[in-house]
Design a protein around this ligand. Structure first.
Ligand code: SAH
Length: 246
C-alpha cells in the first residue's frame, strides 16, 4: 500500500523540516516525498535532519504548483491544525488510515501538509476530498510539520499492519497447490471405496459401524486433499483389495 501514498509539503520554510519529514516517512516505510516550491532545497539542513533518509530526499519530486503534485492522485487529503470557515469532511488520523486501507489497492493518495507559519490556505484545502486533523490540545493544537507527518504516517502503518494480521488470523481453507482440489464427487467415491475396503479387511463391522466412518471423513476432509492425493489413496485401497482377492 505504501507505494501509492505520497506526502506533499507546501512551501516549507525550514529545510531541516523537510529532512525530518523524510526521516519520519522512512521510519514508517513510506517513500514518496513531493515538495511544492520549497524555500530552500536541496539543503544541508535537510540532509542533517533526515538522519540517513537521504534516499527520500534524493528522490523527492519538486513542483512549482500544488496542482502539479496532485494531478495524478485519486484521493487528496489536506491536513489542518484548526477548523476553517466552510466545514469539510473531517477525520482524525486513525479514521484516515481506515479510509486509505479500504480504498482500492491502486488508489494514489496524496496527503498535503502546510507551511510552518500559516498552514494551508483555504483555497488549497478546498482542493482536497477530505481533511484530517490531529486532535491535539485545543489550546495548543499546532504540531511541528514533521511531527504531524509522523503521527499520520504511524496511523497509516498501524492500519496496514493490522490488515496483514487480520488476514493471517483469518481461518484458512485448502492449500494453493499447483494441483486442483478434489471435488465432492471424487471425495464421496473415495469414502465409499474406503468403507468397502475396511469391511473387506474386517476392520469395519457393517452391523456395528459406530463412529468409524464419520471420524475418517472428518480426518480426510480436514486435510482438503487434492485430486492426485485422492488418486493415491484409492490406489492403495485397490492394492489392498487385490491382495485379499488373491
Ligand atoms: N499555524 C498554522 C499551523 C501550521 S503547522 C495553522 O494554524 O494552520 C504546519 C503544518 O503541520 C500544518 O499545515 C499541517 O499540515 C500540520 N499540522 C500541524 N498541526 C496539526 C494538527 N493538529 N492536525 C493536522 N495537521 C497539523
Amino acid at each position: 500500500m505504501s507505494n501509492n501514498i505520497r506526502i506533499v509539503l507546501v512551501n516549507t520554510t525550514h529545510p531541516g523540516n523537510i529532512g525530518a519529514v523524510a526521516r519520519a516517512m522512512k521510519n514508517m516505510k513510506l517513500t514518496e516525498l513531493h515538495l511544492v516550491a520549497p524555500k530552500f532545497f536541496p539543503h544541508e539542513d535537510a540532509v542533517a535532519r533526515s538522519s540517513g533518509a537521504t534516499d527520500l530526499l534524493d528522490n523527492a519530486v519538486v513542483h512549482e504548483a500544488l496542482a502539479d503534485a496532485l494531478a495524478d492522485c485519486q484521493l487528496v487529503v489536506g491536513t489542518s491544525a484548526r477548523g476553517r470557515h466552510i466545514p469539510w469532511p473531517l477525520v482524525n488520523p486513525r479514521e484516515l488510515a481506515g479510509i486509505v486501507q479500504t480504498a482500492p489497492d491502486s488508489t494514489r493518495v496524496a496527503i498535503v501538509f502546510g507551511r510552518e507559519d500559516r498552514g494551508l490556505t483555504n483555497d488549497e484545502l478546498q482542493l482536497c476530498h477530505q481533511h484530517v486533523h490531529i486532535p491535539a490540545n485545543p489550546d495548543f493544537c499546532s504540531l511541528n510539520v514533521a511531527a504531524a507527518v509522523q503521527v499520520i504516517c504511524y496511523e497509516l502503518r498501524m492500519a496496514a499492519l493490522y490488515a496483514e494480521q487480520a488476514q493471517a488470523d483469518q481461518p484458512q481453507w485448502g492449500t494453493p497447490w499447483d494441483i486442483e482440489l478434489a471435488d465432492h464427487g471424487e471425495l464421496e467415491r473415495m469414502f465409499a471405496h474406503l468403507e468397502e475396503t475396511l469391511v473387506e479387511i474386517a476392520f469395519l463391522d457393517p452391523d456395528n459401524p459406530r463412529q468409524l466412518m464419520p471420524r475418517l471423513r472428518r480426518l480426510l476432509l480436514r486435510a482438503v486433499p487434492d485430486k492426485v492425493e485422492v488418486n493415491v489413496l484409492r490406489g492403495i485401497l485397490k492394492a489392498v483389495q487385490k491382495r485379499i482377492d488373491s
